[in-house]
Ligand binder design. Structure first.
Ligand code: NAG
Ligand code: NAG
Ligand code: NAG
Length: 217
């Protein structure tokens, strides 16, 4: 009888843990945000509420979720953060607003951000981001606002961005970009001032002259 009771107890424990554990652990969006937190330095403790043991990140400060508990906003502008962005951000497939402006973030823009199919606003302005603008951002078919100004970005403005028909605001001023300014699609309506202070960027009027800058890659 004792063996039988023990067997039932063990079997029930296993079944219960199989049912409960996957819910209590492993929220992929929470994991992605925790990876971001580990990669940032946060002297003002704005990420203090980001407890990875919660079922999902929806109660964390600076995070907004939709009704299905998927993350739709990350609002961390002006938060005195430094450190790097992480490829894991590309897993936030319901994200609409990524607001990280006015910090001191370094490193490059992960090409995985091109996976954020729902993204409306990518605001990384006023940081210290270097490297190139990933052409994968051209996959962001819902994007309206792309503000990358006041960073240290180099290389060309990816032509793929001109295929984003929803794009209304592009600002890449005050960087170190080079090559021609795209003129088609959404770029028809972007004022030239949003490209200024990139010493090696060529005006759109030069595009027809086959003046290819071989140093721009
Ligand atoms: C930002 O963090 C630094 C420490 O890295 C601190 O000295 C400074 O006071 C903070 N600035 C603000 C506005 O909180
Ligand atoms: C910006 O980042 C570069 C490294 O990419 C670093 O050398 C520089 O000190 C940073 N500037 C500021 C103002 O933090
Ligand atoms: C920009 O990046 C270059 C290296 O690519 C570095 O030498 C320079 O210090 C950076 N500028 C600023 C303002 O951080």
């Amino acid at each position: 009888m004792a063996y039988r009771a023990l067997f039932v107890f063990v079997a029930l424990t296993i079944v219960t843990s199989l049912l409960v554990l996957p819910k209590a652990r492993g929220n992929s969006e929470g994991d992605a945000l925790s990876a971001l937190r580990r990669s940032l330095s946060d002297p003002d403790n704005v990420l203090q509420s980001w407890d990875p043991n919660l079922v999902n990140p929806c109660t964390w400060f600076h995070i907004t979720c939709n009704q299905d508990n998927h993350v739709t906003r990350v609002d961390l502008g002006n938060s005195n953060l430094s450190g790097h962005l992480v490829p894991d951000l590309g897993k936030l497939e319901h994200l609409q607003y990524l607001e990280l402006y006015k910090n001191n973030i370094q490193g490059s823009i992960p090409s995985e951000l091109g996976n954020l199919k729902s993204l409306i606003s990518l605001d990384l302005y006023n940081n210290n981001i270097s490297g190139t603008i990933p052409p994968s951002l051209g996959y962001l078919k819902s994007l309206v606002f792309l503000r990358l100004n006041d960073n240290n970005l180099s290389g060309p403005i990816p032509r793929a961005l001109s295929s984003i028909s929803t794009l209304k605001v592009v600002d890449v001023s005050d960087n170190n970009l080079c090559g021609p300014i795209p003129t088609t699609g959404p770029f028809e309506h972007i004022p030239l001032s949003n490209f200024e202070n990139n010493p090696r960027l060529e005006g759109p009027e030069l595009q027809g002259l086959a003046m290819y800058d071989t140093n721009c890659s």
